[in-house]
Design a protein around this ligand. Structure first.
Ligand SMILES: Nc1nc2c(c(=O)[nH]1)N[C@H]1C(S)=C(S)[C@@H](COP(=O)(O)O)O[C@H]1N2
Ligand SMILES: [Mo]
Length: 237
């Protein structure tokens, strides 16, 4: 890859060194020009956009060692706690049957479990994570999307994070409303009591502290997409 000077000092990135605007624009321009493809894209994104994620107001990122381990990400300084008793998930927008689910409601739906690697676009990865929850397609079938619905916006009860998927991507069998992660109920720090998990997509598609699923007739770029991440988060292998 050429055309952009990579930021490769991950240590200073993790400590919050700012990313040069010039470099971000350079890589985005290179991507837009089709110079990059496949792994080159994710490597470039990892180098340039990684430091953006590292602007984590909690500062927790710098405390975690590199390796096969999760980092806890939040774009907000603190997130209200919701318990299984107080949690609600709304399904709204272009659907015939809007609904509000409790944790008990979600547990009463058919459960899916699988083991998948977790990939953050910045380069870290956790192998063989155990997941359990309800396939999003199951929830969508109940909501009965209108013919005009083409996309989904996910909302978080952190009040800030949003994400998107096409309706078609959302129906992939490995896209779940996750109740369990790492073999136990999703912890608060990992986005519990309920988060998204999209097995074939980069981590930023897996909205933590999930509060809303809205059906739209157009793609609405999410939090990271308005800051340079690709709208389509599917991992190209
Ligand atoms: N609400 C919310 N969801 C989020 C994020 C976030 O900052 N806030 N970060 C995303 C990114 S970039 C990744 S890699 C994963 C990280 O999940 P973890 O914090 O459980 O490791 O959550 C995704 N979902
Ligand atoms: Mo990420």
């Amino acid at each position: 890859m050429t055309g952009a000077s990579p930021v490769d000092d991950h240590r200073s990135s993790a400590l919050g060194a700012p990313v040069g605007r010039r470099i971000v624009l350079g890589v985005l321009a290179a991507g837009a020009a089709g110079v990059l493809s496949g792994d080159a894209v994710s490597n470039a994104l990892a180098r340039v956009l990684g430091p953006l994620e590292a602007r984590d107001p909690t500062g927790l990122l710098a405390l975690f060692p590199l390796g096969d381990t999760f980092r806890f990400y939040s774009v907000t300084g603190s997130v209200p706690r919701r318990t299984a008793a107080t949690y609600r998930l709304s399904v709204s927008g272009l659907v015939a049957q809007p609904a509000v689910y409790t944790v008990a409601d979600l547990k009463a739906l058919p459960q899916t479990t699988f083991v998948r690697d977790f990939h953050c676009v910045t380069g870290w990865r956790v192998p063989e994570v155990h997941w359990a929850g309800v396939q999003l397609s199951e929830v969508l079938d109940r909501a009965q999307p209108l013919a005009s619905a083409t996309a989904i916006r996910f909302r978080s009860f952190d009040g800030t994070y949003t994400e998107n998927m096409t309706l078609e991507q959302a129906r992939r069998p490995d896209v779940i409303v996750a109740l369990q992660m790492l073999g136990k109920p999703v912890t608060h720090d990992h986005g519990g009591p309920v988060r998204m998990y999209a097995g074939s997509m980069y981590g930023y598609k897996s909205t933590k502290w999930l509060s809303g699923i809205e059906l739209l007739d157009h793609a609405e770029p999410g939090y990271w997409e308005t800051r340079g991440y690709p709208l389509n988060g599917i991992i190209q292998k």
